[in-house]
Design a binder for this molecule. Structure first.
Ligand code: GTP
Ligand code: MG
Length: 183
């Protein structure tokens, strides 16, 4: 009993959140870590990070650091530096914005170039189609998103709402679990 619980080093997972500007990356992180949502938009510059201690199951507790990067082109170059050492990646798009879905490919490719994992096909990604609470403006069907994920090595797909707190925890939990299994 010599050591306090806090002094034991927990397994550590670095998660990177990527996607076009405005898809809701910062909102997803805030919902996941703090359980809060704001309708205000404030562009992320470079990158930002938040930490969360997550209980995966009865035996495993993990220290997750979420790195929220900039979607806006002019702030992106700063963000790339933070990709290094990533254990997993959350690729985000907005289900009401087809362009943001089409751009997932280049977000993924650029990430893999920067991080250079040994086996890119089995790197832990998750795809998040966000803003499902917005009614009547669907631009990307669930089927289309799932087909893309299947073609990219069976990436898990989640439809989320950072606003209504739908599936946010599930998406992060899945990618963190998969990252732990790779360790
Ligand atoms: P950049 O920092 O520029 O890359 O943008 P971002 O991807 O971080 O987007 P952000 O989280 O700032 O959200 C952009 C806007 O979308 C904000 O006004 C949010 O309130 C709104 N938003 C985010 N998620 C949701 C959602 O699930 N539903 C709805 N209705 N709005 C959302
Ligand atoms: Mg942001």
């Amino acid at each position: 009993y010599g050591r306090s619980h806090q002094s034991q080093r927990l397994p550590y997972i670095k998660a990177i959140i990527l996607g076009d500007s405005g898809v809701g990356k910062t909102s997803l992180m805030h919902q996941y870590v703090r359980g809060t949502f704001s309708t205000q938009y404030k562009a992320t510059i470079g990158a930002d990070f938040m930490k969360k201690v997550v209980k995966l199951d009865d035996r495993r507790v993990v220290d997750v650091s979420c790195w929220d990067t900039a979607g806006q082109e002019r702030f992106q170059s700063l963000g790339v530096a933070f990709y290094r050492g990533a254990d997993c990646c959350i690729l985000c798009f907005d289900v009401t914005n087809a362009r943001s879905f089409e751009n997932l490919e280049s977000w993924r490719d650029e990430f893999l170039i920067q991080v250079g994992p040994r086996d890119p096909e089995s790197f832990p990604f998750v795809v998040v189609g966000n803003k499902i609470d917005v009614e009547g403006r669907r631009a990307v069907s669930q089927k289309r998103a799932m087909e893309w994920c299947a073609a990219k090595g069976n990436i898990p797909y989640f439809e989320t709402s950072a606003k209504k707190d739908i599936n946010v925890d599930e998406a992060f939990r899945t990618v963190v679990m998969n990252a732990m299994d790779q360790e």
